[in-house]
Design a protein. Structure first.
Lengths: 705, 46
């Protein structure tokens, strides 16, 4: 972009998007070879598409060539797949250098371990004198540079913790690796019998496996959640001297005239200049019905214009908009969540000092007994190595990796590191209503003729009103009639001509009928009533039935519709709750000792999502809500919600079991080590067996039902 | 035991070849979609 021609720069942007590196979509439903073939073949036939590639592990699709994203999305829907566009800008910057570094380190450590083990087996089986010393020297030559490279992640983490005066799992790990390698080098140079190079290197290797698994699953989920296209507007139509130009929202100033197209979001807070408008505020307030606003009324950033294009004058921009103030509320609430200590860290707080004390007392004890520094140091190091930091380091990541990938295949993206642990502790579930549990729906009269169906479908397609969309969905595959001169009358409905007759879809009063609901009128025939209702999203009913926790709805919607909907589902409800009150209610529950799981999608839920003990948002939620929540549901259904809770509880349970297994191994091996009977062979065995037991035990989560 | 003079370097070199090959595959993005690669073998065309 050059400063010489700012208008050109902004004008060129949409084209860049079309011909750029490609489009990316998240496809939560794909699971097999047939899906890959179907999608790749199906999309390749679309004109303009030059490349299609499905990534099954990440459940992503990359499409190259100058094509319209909406075209691809509808093609995918026709093929039977849910698709969510991903933000390209976020993708291009997100190359996984950390994961790649970990994988290379793991490979290097694995290579070194194989070779050192080969030499160690020779030593264990009786190599003596010069041969043993030579084998030890070769081991040292392999191990020392490899540790200096491959164990860096542990050294760095350990050092970061030590610098602020804290202990984490990486401190005893780093200490064990460094001391074992250093002491073994000293022994080797002095012709000693025992060298722990194999232990040092296999410790590094096993732990890198855990680190890598942990990173891989979590970064896949986190980046996918982050890259779902932001629903918030990034550009706005500013009117200067009668002509509109596209500028970035951040460049708007108070007093600017802005036009908002039909179906678009209001970019900043402002005052309505058009005569009147119809706004969908469900994301902001939870109200299910679209709201009529008159001239000079206040509009808030984030509302959707569902009727004719409107004009507004900006009254608040940037950090002063309602949207941003809400985001600030989220930040304060989120701080409390970051104070939560993960299970692994809690274990480390107890474990790290215990190990250090044990090793130290072994050293002091042997010094008092025979005064031999070398022997005492050897025993202390054997104690450090044999306490199985390996199994402890794997205990949580091995389980959470398996659990997160299991949940990923169910369509749940786990974004937050401690989300599973917090989810397992939940005692109560609070749902938002509009958009989360419910979706707008309409009921057609039983005797609706095919002609009426096709006209209604054509009119519904022309409007952005939520009810029109619902009507379109209900009409399913009815063919749309050919209409002329379609126009939308703000706040009333859609009018068009069909076979020379005027056809109208809109408010009852506008059609000349005596009902308030939506209606259809063809020519001079009597208006037909199409009753509006709210239906639960798919899976909600069965999920609530199988949920083993108390649940309730807290919504910003009016008491009437909220009560009807909740009665239908058979759960309690609190209606007319403002965002601040939602937050206060959650805090009140928390002070009563309840641990609340919040499920919501709107901006009015954002603060509550951040403040809750754990939180879930659907993929269709606002960007702010998604980033405030721990888990994003990629599917259109909440059916697996009870499964999510069960898996997280089982994950916690298995992690605790893993700690117990590690503790049992320690209970046997520590006395041996302190007594001075631990050999490098014993250390290698204890380490491998405990690590493998822990890894195998963690895989049990794949079979939980 | 003189055979060790040959065998040990040979084992180290073979291991190093494997390591270099692995690092090459990492740099070549061959681990980006392990499930997809497993599934693609079942596709007829390509």
């Amino acid at each position: 972009m050059t400063a010489a021609c700012p208008a050109c720069a902004t004008g060129a942007m949409p084209q860049d998007m079309d011909t750029g590196p490609g489009l990316q979509f998240s496809l939560p439903d794909i699971h097999c070879a047939a899906c890959i073939g179907k999608i790749e073949r199906g999309l390749a036939s679309i004109t303009g598409v030059t490349a299609v590639r499905v990534n099954l592990s990440l459940k992503r699709l990359t499409v190259g060539g100058p094509v319209d994203p909406a075209r691809i999305e509808s093609a995918l829907r026709d093929l039977g797949f849910e698709a969510y566009p991903l933000d390209l800008e976020a993708l291009t910057t997100a190359r996984d250098t950390v994961g790649r570094g970990l994988m290379t380190r793991m490979a290097v450590a694995g290579f070194a371990m194989m070779n050192v083990m080969l030499l160690s087996v020779a030593v264990w089986s009786g190599a003596a004198d010069a041969t043993r010393d030579m084998f030890h020297l070769i081991s040292a030559a392999i191990t020392l540079p490899v540790i200096a490279y491959a164990a860096q992640p542990f050294f760095q983490n350990g050092w970061t913790a030590l610098r602020v005066g804290r202990l984490n799992m990486d401190v005893p790990i780093s200490l064990a690796i460094v001391l074992a390698a250093g002491m073994s080098l000293y022994e080797t140079l002095n012709g000693g019998e025992h060298a722990y190079f194999d232990a040092a290197i296999s410790l590094t290797f096993f732990l890198l496996i855990g680190r890598f698994m942990d990173h891989r699953t979590r970064s896949a989920a986190r980046s996918a959640a982050k890259e779902l296209t932001a629903l918030e507007v990034q550009t706005a139509q500013k009117i200067v001297g009668g002509t509109a130009s596209t500028i970035a929202v951040s460049a708007l100033a108070i007093g600017d005239l802005i036009s908002v197209a039909t179906g678009a979001r209001v970019p900043v807070d402002g005052v309505l200049l058009s005569d009147h408008a119809l706004m969908d505020r469900s994301f902001l307030t939870g109200e299910s019905a679209a709201v009529d606003v008159a001239q000079n009324a206040n509009l808030q950033a984030g509302e959707i214009n569902v009727a004719a294009p409107l004009m507004l004058r900006a009254t608040a921009v940037g950090a002063d908009t309602t949207l941003r103030r809400m985001a600030a509320m989220v930040e304060t609430a989120e701080n409390s969540r970051n104070k939560y200590t993960a299970m692994a860290d809690r274990a480390a707080q107890f474990y790290a000092p215990a190990v250090h004390l044990l090793a130290l007392s072994a050293f002091v004890g042997w010094m008092l007994i025979n005064g031999d520094v070398r022997h005492a140091l050897n025993v202390a190091i054997a104690t450090l190595i044999i306490t199985c930091p390996c199994a402890l380091g794997l205990a949580v990541p091995a389980v959470s990796t398996a659990a997160i990938s299991r949940l990923f295949s169910l369509g749940y993206l786990v974004k937050h590191a401690t989300a599973l642990e917090r989810l397992a502790e939940v005692t109560r579930v609070v749902f938002d209503k509009t958009g989360t549990l419910s979706m707008p729906s309409v009921t057609l009269p039983d005797d609706f003729s095919d002609v009426e169906r096709s006209v209604a479908k054509a009119l519904a397609q022309a409007s952005h009103h939520p009810l029109s969309r619902a009507l379109e969905k209900v009409l399913g595959d009815s063919a749309a009639a050919d209409l002329d001169t379609i126009s939308e009358i703000a706040g009333q409905g859609v009018v068009a001509h069909w076979n020379g007759q005027e056809v109208r879809l809109g408010r009852g009063a506008w059609l000349g009928a005596d009902f308030d609901d939506m209606g259809l009128r063809i020519g001079n025939a009597a208006p037909r009533r199409i009753a509006a209702s709210e239906t639960p999203r798919p899976g909600v009913r069965s999920a609530l039935a199988r949920l083993d926790l108390p649940a309730e709805i807290v919504t910003g919607d009016a008491a009437g519709p909220a009560q009807r909907f909740a009665d239908d589902l058979g759960i309690g409800v609190r209606a007319d709750v403002r965002p601040e009150a939602k937050l206060a209610y959650l805090q009140q529950l928390a002070s009563q000792g309840e641990r609340v799981l919040m499920v919501g999608d709107g901006l009015n839920d954002t603060a509550a999502l951040a403040a809750a003990h754990a939180s879930i948002a659907p993929a269709s939620a606002l960007d702010a809500s998604r980033s405030a929540s721990d888990i994003v549901v990629l599917k259109d259904s909440f059916e697996d919600l009870p499964m999510l809770l069960r898996i997280s509880r089982m994950a916690c349970h298995l992690s605790q079991q893993n700690f117990a297994i590690a503790a049992i191994y320690n209970g046997v091996s520590i006395p041996l080590a302190i007594a001075g009977y631990a050999t490098p062979l014993a250390a290698a065995l204890a380490m491998s067996i405990s690590s493998i037991t822990v890894l195998l035990n963690s895989q049990r989560i794949r079979f939980s039902k | 035991m003189n055979v060790l003079v040959i065998l040990i370097p040979v084992s180290l070199i073979l291991g190093a070849v494997g390591l270099v090959a692995f690092i090459w595959t990492v740099r070549n993005d061959q681990y980006d979609d392990e499930k997809g690669n497993a599934a693609r073998i079942l596709l007829d065309d390509d």
